[in-house]
Design a binder for this molecule. Structure first.
Ligand code: DPP
Ligand code: ZN
Length: 844
C-alpha cells in the first residue's frame, strides 16, 4: 500500500446528510443495510465517487432506489452517480466471528462489539471513511440478544430489535454498536443546566461488582468538565461497555464508550491502587473526548494530536485536581521519558503531527499523545491561564460541529493573545527531543544562565530549527531560602542568556521547574548542588529530579567504573525518606531508581555501549546497598505506613501503601521474605497482595504463593493477566524468555486476547536484561510470536514490534541477532501493512 501525505489533503467530493443502518446480527453472516443521503460538497470536486470498504461481501447497491453495479476492489468501490444529491443504499455481509483483528464489527465472548477508530468502519459497510465527513446516524439492530446498544439516544424497540438515533453529526470512526448478554450498573447525572442524563456501565454477568468506582469517576469527570472547561454533556444517556478483547485502552464513541475491561473494571480485591488511578484517568479521558474529539473532531488523521494531545492534557489536569498534582506531574515525566523520549531518539521518531504514514494505526504513539499533551502544557504556560481559557472558549464556540486542524487550534490562541505562534508551531512539525545545555556564570551579585539548544537529527529531518522553550526557573539562596520565585524564561534562539542581579550570595538555580518543556536538560552540576536541591527545592519536580540525577550519576559510575554505591546518594536519600513532612507518594517516587532502559539510553548518549545484564546487576547491587544502608528507617517506614481498616482507593491511603511497599521490597532482601509472606497471607486487597507477591518473586521465594494466587484467581481474567506478567517481569534475566515461552504454553494463554498476549510478551519486552539476553532467546521468541499474531491481529503486533526500536544502541552481536529477526519477520508472505511499516522503519 502506498504512503499517504498530509500535503495531499483534498476535501471530500460528497458530504453525508444522514445515515441509516440496519444490522441483522449473526456470527458468521451479519447483514448490514445502509441508506446514506449524499450531496455534492461545494468545496470539493465531484470527479470520482469512491467509498471505502474492506472485507465486505456486496449483496446489492442502489441509487435513488434503482439497482447499480459499482466497481469493487479490495479497498472500496467506485460508481457513476447522478449530479446533485442522491440516496445510496447497499446491503453487505460480514463475518464478525471471524474477525480477530478486532477492527470493525467483531465478537468477544459471545458479545458483538465494534472498534472503528481509525479506519474500522470501512469493514462494516461502504462509506466515505474519513473524519471530515460528519453525519447524523440512525441505527436499527436486529438480534435475539437482550442488550443492543449504539450511539446517541434510544429510539423505538420491540422484540428482537432496537433503534438508536444520534442527533450530533459525527465521523464514522465514532460509530459503535454493542449487543450481548450484558448487565448494567446504572446511575444518573444532572448537568449544570439541569438536564438528567442516564448513565450505565455494561458488563458481562459476574463483573457487576467491579463497576462502582468507574461510575464515580465518570460523574466526577462530567462535573469537572463543566466546572473547568464549561463543557456540558449533550445526550440523554451515556453508556460505557467493558469488553475483554480490545486492542487499545478505550474508545470515545459518541454516547457509547467501549472500554478494554482492564481500563474500567475495578474492585479492591482484584485491582491495585495503580489500576484504580488508571481507570479514573481513562474514564475521564474518553469522557473529555466528547468535546475535544467528538463535537470538534480532526479534519484528517494527521491532525490526531488535535484531539489526543489536548485530551491527554485535560485528563492530566483532572488527575492533578483529584489527586496530588506534584505526584501526577512526576509520574507523567517518568512515563514521558520512558516511552516518548525512547521513541523520539530512535528510528520511529516522528513529529507530533506526522506528515506521512502508510498505516495510521501505527501513529497512536507516545509522541502524538504524550508529547502532544506537553505541547498544550507549554502553550498554556506561555500564554497564561486566563488567555488559555479564553482561547479554549473561542475554539469551542467557533469550531463546534467541525473537523479541524492544528492551524485552527493555534489560530484561536493567536486571536486571544495577539501572539505570533509561528515559531511555536515547530513543536508540531519537528521531531526529536531538544537537548538544552545550561552553563552558569556568577559575577558580583549577578547570576547568568547561558542556555543553548540543539535537537539531534531524526529520520527524514536532518536540520533542526530552534524551538520556543518555556524554562521555569527559581533560585535558592545558600541558607535554603528561595530568593527568586518561579519565573518563566522564554528561549527562542539557539543560544540565549538570562541574568538575575541584585543577589547577595550565589544561589543555586532550580531549572525547568515543573518540567516546563519536554527537553533533555544537560547541566554540569556537582553532587553537592544536587543534594542541596534535593533538600531545599520548593518545586517538587526539581526536587525529585535532583534525587534522580544523584541516583543516575551513582549508577552510571557503578556501571562504567565499577564504583561502589555512592554513600552520598544513600545519605541524601535517607534524609529525604525520613522527612515526615513529605508526601509518602513523593517519597516512594524518590526511592525508585532510574529504569534499565533509561540507563541504557544515557550510556548510549555518553558514548558507551550498554550491556543490559550489567545494568541489571548494578541496579540490583544498588538496591542491596540501599537495603543495607538504611535498614532501621525502612522498617520504620514500613510499619508507620500500614493503612488500617477498610481499603479505599483514594490518593492518601494509596500513597501510604506505595511507600510501605517500596520499603518492603528492600526489606525483603534481608528478611528472607518474612514480612512479605505475612502481608501476602493477611492481604484483603490486590495492592497489598500483589506487592507481597512481587517481593517474594524478586527474591526467588514465591513458588507457594504463585500457586496459591493462581488457585484463588483462576476465574478472574484481569487478575490472571497479572499472574502472567509478574512471572516474566521478575524472572532472572537468563530465565525471562524461557518463562514467557512456558507461560505461552499454559492452558490459560490465548493469543487472540490482546491483554493476555501483552501480559506475557509485553512483559518480556519490558525486561531489558531478559529480552536482550546474550543468547538471543528473547529476540527469537518475540519474533516467533509476532509472526503468529500478525496473521490474526496486525494492530497489536505492530505495536509490540516497538520492543526492537532501541536496537542500534547495542553491541554488534546483539544488533546482528536483532536485524536477523526483523528481517525474518519482514520476509513473511502476507505480512500486514501495519507490521511491515513498523519493521521497515525500525530497520531503516
Ligand atoms: N481515541 C482513543 C483514545 O485515545 C484511542 N483509540 O481515547
Ligand atoms: Zn484519546
Amino acid at each position: 500500500a502506498e504512503t499517504i501525505f498530509l500535503a495531499d489533503y483534498t476535501p471530500p467530493g460528497w458530504l453525508v446528510e444522514d445515515v441509516s443502518l440496519t444490522f441483522r446480527l449473526a456470527p458468521d453472516a451479519t447483514r448490514v443495510l445502509s441508506r446514506i443521503r449524499f450531496r455534492p460538497n461545494p468545496d470539493g470536486t465531484q470527479d470520482r465517487f469512491f467509498l471505502h470498504g474492506e472485507k465486505l461481501t456486496l449483496i446489492s447497491a442502489r441509487i435513488d432506489g434503482a439497482p447499480v453495479t459499482p466497481d469493487v476492489t479490495d479497498e472500496g468501490l467506485t460508481c457513476a452517480v447522478p449530479d446533485g444529491a442522491f440516496t445510496w443504499e447497499t446491503e453487505v455481509e460480514i463475518a464478525p466471528a471471524q474477525n480477530f483483528a478486532l477492527e470493525g464489527l467483531y465478537m468477544s465472548n459471545g458479545m458483538y462489539c465494534t472498534q472503528c477508530e481509525a479506519e474500522g468502519f470501512r469493514k462494516i459497510t461502504y462509506y466515505p471513511d474519513r473524519p471530515d465527513v460528519m453525519a447524523t446516524f440512525t441505527v436499527r439492530i436486529e438480534s435475539d440478544l437482550p442488550v443492543m446498544l449504539s450511539n446517541g439516544n434510544p429510539g423505538a424497540s420491540g422484540p428482537g430489535w432496537t433503534e438508536w438515533h444520534d442527533p450530533w453529526p459525527k465521523p464514522a470512526y465514532l460509530f459503535a454498536l454493542v449487543a450481548g448478554d450484558l448487565i448494567a450498573h446504572p446511575d444518573s447525572f444532572t448537568t449544570q443546566s439541569g438536564k438528567d442524563v442516564a448513565l450505565n456501565i455494561w458488563v458481562r454477568p459476574g463483573d457487576e461488582g467491579k463497576c462502582a468506582f468507574g461510575m464515580e469517576a465518570l460523574k466526577k469527570s462530567m462535573k469537572w468538565d463543566e466546572e473547568v472547561y464549561g463543557r456540558e454533556y449533550d445526550l440523554d444517556i451515556f453508556n460505557i461497555v467493558a469488553v475483554d478483547d480490545f486492542n487499545m485502552g478505550a474508545m470515545e464513541n459518541k454516547g457509547l464508550n467501549v472500554f478494554n475491561s482492564s481500563c474500567v473494571l475495578a474492585s479492591p480485591e482484584t485491582s491495585t491502587d495503580g489500576n484504580f488511578e488508571r481507570v479514573e484517568a481513562i474514564i475521564a479521558h474518553e469522557y473529555f473526548h466528547n468535546w475535544t474529539g467528538n463535537r470538534i473532531t480532526c479534519r484528517d488523521w494527521f491532525q490526531l494530536c488535535l484531539k489526543e494531545g489536548l485530551t491527554v492534557f485535560r485528563d492530566s489536569q483532572f488527575t492533578s485536581d483529584m489527586r496530588s498534582a506534584p505526584v501526577k506531574r512526576i509520574s507523567d515525566v517518568i512515563a514521558l521519558r520512558a516511552r516518548q523520549f525512547r521513541e523520539d531518539n530512535g528510528p520511529l521518531a516522528h513529529p507530533v503531527r506526522p506528515e506521512s504514514f502508510r498505516e495510521i494505526n501505527n501513529f497512536y504513539t507516545a509522541t502524538v499523545y504524550e508529547k502532544g499533551a506537553e505541547v498544550i502544557g507549554m502553550l498554556k504556560r506561555l500564554v497564561g491561564d486566563e488567555a488559555y481559557e479564553k482561547a479554549c472558549d473561542l475554539y469551542f464556540t467557533r469550531h463546534d460541529g467541525q473537523a479541524c486542524t492544528i492551524e485552527d487550534w493555534l489560530q484561536v490562541f493567536t486571536e486571544a493573545t495577539g501572539r505570533d505562534l509561528g515559531q511555536f508551531k515547530r513543536w508540531y512539525s519537528q521531531a526529536g527531543t531538544p537537548r538544552l545545555t545550561l552553563r552558569e556564570t556568577w559575577d558580583e551579585g549577578t547570576l547568568t544562565l547561558h542556555f543553548s539548544q540543539r535537537t539531534p537529527p531524526t529520520p527524514g529531518q536532518t536540520d533542526k530549527q530552534p524551538q520556543v522553550l518555556p524554562i521555569a526557573v527559581g533560585l535558592i539562596g545558600p541558607d535554603g531560602e528561595e530568593v527568586q520565585e518561579t519565573t518563566l524564561l522564554e528561549m527562542t534562539e539557539t543560544e540565549q542568556s538570562f541574568s538575575f542581579s541584585g543577589l547577595g550570595a550565589r544561589p543555586v538555580a532550580s531549572v525547568l521547574r515543573g518540567f516546563s518543556a519536554p527537553v533533555i536538560l544537560q547541566r554540569d552540576q556537582d553532587n553537592a548542588d544536587r543534594a542541596f536541591l534535593l533538600a531545599h527545592d520548593t518545586d517538587p519536580y526539581c526536587r525529585w529530579e535532583a534525587g534522580r540525577a544523584l541516583a543516575k550519576q551513582a549508577l552510571m559510575r557503578m556501571i562504567t567504573d565499577d564504583a561502589p554505591a555512592d554513600p552520598a546518594y544513600l545519605g541524601a536519600l535517607t534524609t529525604l525518606l525520613g522527612d515526615e513532612t513529605l508526601d509518602p507518594a513523593f517519597r516512594a517516587l524518590a526511592m525508585a531508581l532510574p529504569s534499565e532502559d533509561d540507563l541504557a539510553q544515557s550510556l548510549a548518549d555518553t558514548g558507551h555501549v550498554p550491556d543490559p545484564q550489567r545494568i541489571w546487576d548494578k541496579r540490583e547491587a544498588m538496591r542491596d546497598a540501599m537495603a543495607d544502608f538504611m535498614p532501621d528507617l525502612l522498617a520504620q517506614l514500613f510499619d508507620a505506613h500500614q493503612v488500617p481498616g477498610r481499603y479505599a482507593p483514594e490518593a492518601a491511603p494509596a500513597a501510604a501503601r506505595a511507600l510501605a511497599n517500596s520499603a518492603l521490597a528492600l526489606l525483603s532482601r534481608r528478611d528472607g521474605g518474612e514480612r512479605a509472606r505475612v502481608q501476602y497471607a493477611e492481604a484483603d486487597n490486590m495492592t497489598q497482595q500483589l506487592a507481597a507477591l512481587s517481593c517474594l518473586l524478586s527474591i526467588g521465594m514465591a513458588d507457594d504463593a504463585l500457586g496459591a494466587f493462581y488457585d484463588q484467581w483462576q476465574s478472574d481474567r484481569l487478575v490472571i493477566d497479572k499472574w502472567f506478567s509478574l512471572q516474566v517481569a521478575f524472572a532472572a534475566p537468563d530465565q525471562t524468555a524461557a518463562t514467557a515461552a512456558r507461560l505461552a504454553g499454559h492452558p490459560d494463554f490465548d493469543m487472540k486476547n490482546p491483554n493476555r498476549f501483552r501480559a506475557t510478551f509485553g512483559a518480556l519486552a519490558a525486561s531489558p536484561a531478559g529480552f536482550h539476553h546474550a543468547s538471543g532467546a528473547g529476540y527469537r521468541l518475540l519474533a516467533d510470536w509476532l509472526i503468529r499474531l500478525d496473521a490474526l491481529n496486525p494492530q497489536t503486533t505492530a505495536r509490540m514490534s516497538t520492543a526492537f526500536e532501541t536496537w542500534k544502541r547495542f553491541d554488534a552481536d546483539r544488533q546482528d541477532m536483532i536485524r536477523a529477526e526483523l528481517e525474518r519477520i519482514l520476509s513473511r508472505d502476507g505480512l500486514s501493512r501495519d507490521t511491515s511499516e513498523m519493521i521497515t522503519r525500525i530497520l531503516a
